[in-house]
Design a protein around this ligand. Structure first.
Ligand SMILES: O=C(O)CCC(=O)C(=O)O
Ligand SMILES: [Fe+2]
Length: 194
């Protein structure tokens, strides 16, 4: 009998989800979170609703209020080495990660159930500060959900592609302490082609 594949935490493996612990060197963590804090972060807005998390993006900007997708300022130099290592982890060329979203979750902030916008393809997320749990759910045809979750400790990186990216929704429950994330995304081929 072949055992079910399990990851190192003992959860059933989720196809298309990869996690790398200790992705960021310990001595680099504070410099990165300070770098995010120095940016002009604004509350995430969607229609009437203002999220508690603060964000800004480079490369491309998706406007959740208008659905518009436009070029943004280029990825700043201090993030280029971070993008290089994120790309290496995901097996992608660095310049494929054309967008970066920087987020600070202050205490009480999280992110609700969603799939990332379909203009994007690969998603590589780096976690700094407080540990969070990334939860996944997928509706079952017969009703209810399949569920999965992984812990995202400080300095870890995850990669979403394939099933984990397209078939499952994900969310992060509100946290008690501040967490920062650096999320790189590639564009879908059809979007790149215009
Ligand atoms: O903060 C993170 O690591 C994930 C955030 C997220 O799911 C998103 O911005 O789409
Ligand atoms: Fe997401």
């Amino acid at each position: 009998m072949t055992p079910n594949p399990i990851d190192l935490f003992g959860y059933p493996a989720l196809s298309g989800l990869d996690l790398c612990l200790d992705h960021v060197r310990p001595e680099a963590e504070t410099g990165l979170s300070n770098g995010i804090d120095r940016l002009d972060l604004t509350p995430f807005r969607f229609q009437q609703w203002t999220g508690k998390r603060l964000t800004t993006s480079f490369g491309w900007r998706y406007d959740f209020e208008t659905g518009g997708f436009d070029r943004a300022d280029p990825v700043p130099g201090w993030l280029l080495p971070v993008r290089d290592s994120a790309a290496r982890f995901a097996g992608l060329p660095a310049d494929a990660l054309e967008q970066v979203l920087l987020t600070r979750y202050d205490p009480g902030a999280g992110i609700g159930w969603h799939r990332d916008r379909p203009v994007f393809e690969h998603v590589v997320g780096i976690s700094l500060g407080a540990e969070a749990t990334l939860r996944f759910r997928r509706r079952r045809p017969a009703g209810g959900f399949d569920r999965h979750s992984i812990d995202l400790p400080a300095r870890s990186a995850y990669h979403l592609s394939g099933e984990a990216r397209w078939d499952w929704e994900h969310s992060i429950a509100p946290m008690a302490a501040t967490r920062w994330s650096i999320t790189f995304r590639s564009l879908r081929a059809a979007v790149r082609a215009g």
